[in-house]
Design a protein around this ligand. Structure first.
Ligand code: G
Ligand code: G
Ligand code: MN
Ligand code: NA
Length: 253
């Protein structure tokens, strides 16, 4: 309950910010995207991880205003960067609770319109949990977003339990290979087999892949040989405040 109240205050008093992590093309190393990651600087407790407060926000309903705040600010940032000549896809994490709102497509359309960003510059990251509650409704929401031109990726791919079902029925264009599989690809034959299978399957289904949590050159080499399309991780950059991200982009174009 304390965290709920603190979170409410955080939304009102602008203790929240967004960091952006670069996403690079394997083919030419170009910066192609940014993942928006929410940050909370509490005046007394310091930084609180979204891994800690997002589940709380989901339980108390605050995830809806919080999610809308992130979506609007990330879209606005992407628009500003475009005006400065930095064209990239802005990836925003969406909670399954947000995804369950029948008016999500209308909300997304309104934010894109009000902030002046083309739909094709927005990617929504969904977790496999979106399909758990009401698959038919999830499919309807996905179809509506797809028709608007918004892209959808599956985050933490492989860690949920409905991955294959999701792939078949949902309008997904990219799989984000979870960092738990990427971490040990150099040494662990099972993780190598899993990641290789994900990349193969994605290719056969006409989907893109991005590896998360890439930290070493050895991981990068293996992923390249395997045909992974995009990369994200500390090897390239940590999530950065907007100004630092823009500086990074200047050096990597
Ligand atoms: O950036 P970091 O590793 O601290 O993120 C921890 C977790 O919080 C990750 O699972 C990430 O997807 C999630 N997360 C970060 N920002 C958001 C957000 O804006 N919305 C949702 N739903 N999850 C987020
Ligand atoms: O669940 P999701 O994939 O949205 O979470 C992304 C989280 O992973 C963010 O909190 C981000 O800070 C973290 N992250 C990004 N790159 C790396 C990395 O190379 N190594 C580790 N350990 N974490 C990372
Ligand atoms: Mn994510
Ligand atoms: Na992930």
């Amino acid at each position: 309950l304390q965290l709920v109240n603190a979170l409410r205050v955080a939304l009102e008093q602008q203790q929240l910010s967004i960091h952006y992590q670069p996403q690079l093309s394997m083919a030419d190393g170009r910066l192609v995207g940014a993942e928006a990651l929410l940050r909370w600087a509490h005046p007394e407790l310091g930084h609180i991880s979204p891994a800690e407060f997002i589940p709380v926000a989901e339980d108390c309903g605050l995830i809806l205003p919080l999610g809308e705040w992130v979506l609007r600010h990330a879209v606005r940032q992407a628009r500003q960067w475009r005006e400065q000549g930095l064209e990239l896809v802005m990836a925003v994490n969406l909670s399954a609770v947000q995804f369950r709102q029948p008016d999500l497509p209308a909300l997304v359309a309104r934010i894109l319109q009000e902030e002046g960003l083309p739909a094709s510059a927005l990617e929504l990251e969904l977790t496999e949990g979106v399909a758990m509650y009401d698959p038919q409704q999830a499919i309807a929401v996905m179809n509506a977003l797809h028709e608007q031109g918004v892209r959808m990726s599956i985050d933490d791919f492989g860690t949920g339990y409905s991955s294959l079902n999701l792939l078949k029925q949902f309008r997904v264009y990219k799989l984000k290979i979870d960092q738990s599989f990427v971490r040990d690809i150099v040494t662990d034959p099972e993780d190598r087999a899993i990641v290789a299978a994900i990349i193969d399957m994605a290719e056969n289904l006409g989907l893109l892949t991005i590896a998360e949590g890439v930290e070493t050159g050895e991981q990068l080499s293996w992923l390249r040989a395997q045909g992974c399309d995009e990369l994200q991780g500390y090897l390239f950059s940590r999530p950065l405040p907007a100004a630092a991200f823009a500086a990074y982009a200047q050096q990597h174009q």
